[in-house]
Structure formats: C-alpha cells, structure tokens
Design a protein around this ligand. Structure first.
Ligand code: PA5
Length: 470
C-alpha cells in the first residue's frame, strides 16, 4: 500500500503587518507586488533545473544506481567498522553532520555497539592540530574507515587530512591501506580523483552541477547517512515530496517561493539578519547547514549583469529553548534587523514526564505532571508570542516529526528557497568567489607552485603597525 506522507508546514502569519504592525510588517499588497519577481524566479528555476549548477534539483530522481552502490558499500562498512570518519569541510561536512544529528540517537557515539548498530561517527571539518591529534588518540584504526570528501578535489584542509591519515594507514597496513579510505569527489576535476585511481580507492562521484552546499542529497551526504543506518531512500522521497509541493509559480501554493519572497521583502525593510532557531536538539546542526547555504549562496558583491550590489542576509543560528536565555532578549528588544525562523516539531520521538515533588513550593510543583514535550512546545509558542508582540518578524516551520522523509523535505525546502531568492536578486547563487580568495591566499602563504604572484601581492600588503597592538 502507498504510504501517506505528512508535509512540513510553513506559517508566515507573523511576517505580516496584521500581526507585527504596519511599521515592520509586510502588507498583503507588498506580498502580492512580488508576483512578477516570483514568477520570474520560478521560471528561471524551471528552465534551468537539472542543468548548469542546478544539477542538484534532479537528485531526488536520478540516483537509483548509485543508491544501490551506496547501500551495498555502507552495509560492509557498518558490519566491519567501529568508527567512520568524514574528512571534509563546508558543504562536504555540514550536511552529513546535520543529518547525523537529526536522525541518529543524540548520544550515538556513547551508546554500546549493539545499541547503536552502526559505527561511531566523526566529522573532521577543521585543521586544528589539537583536534586531529585527539581523534588519532581515540581511534582503533583496525576498525576505522575514513571518507575523504571534496568536490574540488584540492581543498587544502581536506587534502592535508588525507595526507596525514593515508601516511599513517600506509605505515600500518602497507598495500592494504586503501581498504580504510573511501573517496567522494568530482569525476574529472581536481587531484582527489587522480589520487583515488592511483591508490585504488573505492570512489563515489559527486555529480555535475552539484556544488558543496547543495550536495547533501548526493553521495556526499547519502553515503555517510547509509553507513549510519539512515533510510536514504526515504530522505530522497522527502526531497521529491517537497519538490512537488513547490511546482507552481504562485506564492500561495509554493511554500519555498513564498518564503523566498517574504525574505526578499524583509531585506528591503532592513532585516539583514536571518535567525534559524529550531526547538529541537536534533535540528541544531541543521541550523549550521542552513547558515552556510544561505550565507555563501546569497552574499555576493555583483549581480549577473556585473553591477555592484553587495547583497546577502547574515544567517545566525540559535537553539530553542537554550538561546531564550542568551539571545532572545536581543531578538525581542534590539535593532529591528532580523527575521526569526522558528522550527517546531509536532511529535518528539520521546516523551519525558516531569516528576512530582517539591509540593511545598507551588511555583515549582506546577511543573509536575507536565511533560518536557509540553514545556519545550509552550516555550516555543511563548517566544513566538513575545517576538510578535514586540513587532519582530518571525515565521514558523513545523515538522510533524523528525524522520528521514521530513528531513528530506526540510533540506529541499531550504535549497529551493535559496535558489529562488538568488534568482530574485539576479545573482549567481552557486559560486563563492569570496571563499576562493582566502583559499588562494592560503596556497600562496604555504608556497604552492603557481601562486607566486599572489604571494608577492600578500608580501606587498601594508605591514601591521605596533601602534595598534597592545
Ligand atoms: O559550498 C561550497 O561549495 C563550499 O563551501 C565547499 O563545500 C567547501 O569550500 C569545500 O569544498 P570542497 O568540497 O571542494 O573541498
């Protein structure tokens, strides 16, 4: 029998002037005024889907073969390994981390092997020497598989990690070192594909038109997820489900297009910060993933016509309820420069009852008999209320439950929203020239051949003055 799926919900009442006041809020007229822009963005997406840098939009539909390979390889890794380590950064790390946290036990690595039914999971997305050294202290290499992931095949951070790990593995296992490393990279570009061939590494290919921050639903994210026992077919079905919900060019019936149009209008009103605030620990790293997607895609100096535009909206991550005791004061009373997106969960996967006691203290004992589920949900609605009462733009995305299908929906929703708003700003959503500048400067500082000119440019920069160092 065909399974009925419930969709995630996007509620934008509190973006509207009726609820947050005429001074800050968006009017129905303003929203209706984005019609042409929305149709344009939607048409652009429709015409370009599956081509150029929009290869990611077809991923829910065109991976049957690779999914088989992923599942077969993952089965072997799951059976034989006690630790699975991703070596990657940016889009090659944040998706796998977000999905792991959303869909595995929140204390996965601390569970006993028979409880977790999958290897321990680590993502090394930094080159802090202390972090790498500490990882090496705890790993049992005999039972560890590394997954080196890089689309460009040449990112210094990831390739340094690869060099360190491969050297250790070769010293220990000689010719069999390759049994401990799996590569995920581009089929043609970069060094990793050549190295993988030379070292005879099992390799997954990142398809064309799939940039780092749009790569979670290709082997970059699907293979680690499958190793963890996550139902990747359900995740892809969730993406397809959202894709279908977003097929129309009318904002009233396309949630991702509506979200993009609202953020577009909010930015015109000076809301230069987008706060992503899930009320679930399982979605904490989803906010990190969103921050990269939103920040790197939309922060652009020039538009497609080559004009200077300096657009973007600074993404900020927050966690409900934790950040109610840290950030919400600022969100409710500080500058009117934010849109807060709350992510709620209708049914948490566990229920915890607050025990009785402290009967002599009514201001404590009123909590007894309630559940933590009720407490977190009430606090979420209380924050929504406080923000709205203080005329702060906010909206709410509700997941019926956190599962592979709804996570697929949520991630695809954000990817579509990002693509739409990028088209509204007429920018290249899929490049990252600002990141490249830093990458090139690093190569120059470390003496990479071919970067002599950049090294000279760096050398010629104004030297720092002792006057400004205390
Ligand atoms: O979104 C992007 O393209 C970037 O953030 C990349 O993911 C990041 O720079 C890592 O690049 P690569 O996967 O090529 O190592």
């Amino acid at each position: 029998m065909k399974k009925e799926y419930t969709s995630i919900k996007f509620d934008y009442n509190n973006m509207m002037s009726t609820y947050v006041g005429a001074e800050q809020g968006i009017t129905d007229k303003e929203l209706a005024g984005t019609k042409n822009l929305a149709v344009q963005a939607h048409t652009y997406f429709k015409l370009n889907r599956g081509t150029g840098m929009m290869g990611w939009s077809e991923l829910p539909y065109n991976q049957a073969e690779v999914v088989k390979d992923i599942m077969n390889t993952a089965k072997i890794v799951r059976r034989n390994c006690d630790a699975f380590v991703v070596l990657g950064i940016g889009g090659s790390a944040l998706g796998p981390m977000a999905v792991f946290q959303a869909l595995c036990h929140l204390r996965h690595n601390e569970l006993k092997r028979n409880q977790r039914k999958a290897p321990k999971f680590y993502v090394e997305d930094n080159v802090d020497p202390e972090r790498m050294a500490s990882l090496l202290d705890i790993l049992d290499l005999d039972k560890t598989v590394f997954n080196v992931i890089t689309k460009s095949g040449s990112t210094s951070e990831t390739m340094s990690q690869y060099l360190i790990i491969m050297n250790i593995l070769k010293e220990k296992y000689g010719d069999k070192a390759n049994e401990h490393i799996i590569a995920t990279t581009d089929a043609k570009n970069g060094n990793l594909i050549k190295i993988a061939k030379k070292e005879n590494l099992k390799t997954f290919i990142i398809p064309d038109g799939v940039g780092g921050r749009f790569s979670e639903i290709c082997p970059v994210g699907l293979f680690p997820a499958a190793v963890l026992g996550i139902d990747i077919k359900e995740m892809l079905k969730g993406c397809a489900h959202m894709d279908k919900l977003c097929r129309k060019s009318d904002i009233k019936s396309n949630p991702a297009l509506a979200a993009a149009a609202l953020q577009y209008l909010a930015i015109q009103k000076g809301k230069n910060i987008s706060v992503m605030m899930p009320y679930a620990d399982s979605l904490k790293l989803m906010a990190d993933w969103y921050c990269q997607l939103w920040g790197e895609s939309l922060g652009k100096a020039v538009n497609n016509k080559g004009e200077k535009v300096y657009v973007g909206q600074t993404p900020v991550k927050a966690l409900g309820v934790t950040d109610q005791h840290s950030q919400v004061q600022l969100y409710t009373e500080g500058p009117f420069d934010k849109v807060v997106t709350i992510i709620g969960v209708e049914n948490y996967r566990k229920e915890v009852v607050i025990a009785g006691g402290c009967e002599d203290f009514p201001s404590v004992s009123f909590l007894s008999g309630h559940t933590l589920n009720e407490l977190i949900t009430s606090e979420m609605y209380a924050t929504e209320y406080a923000l709205t009462k203080n005329n702060r733009l906010n909206n709410m995305i509700t997941l019926p439950e956190v599962n592979a299908h709804t996570i697929g929906q949520l991630m695809f929703f954000f990817m579509l929203e990002t693509a739409y708003i990028g088209a509204m700003f007429d920018i290249n959503t899929f490049n990252q020239p600002g990141v490249e500048e830093g990458k090139n400067a690093t190569y120059a500082l470390l003496g990479r051949a071919g970067y002599e000119e950049k090294a000279a440019e760096l050398k010629a920069r104004p030297q720092k003055s002792e006057n400004y160092i205390i």
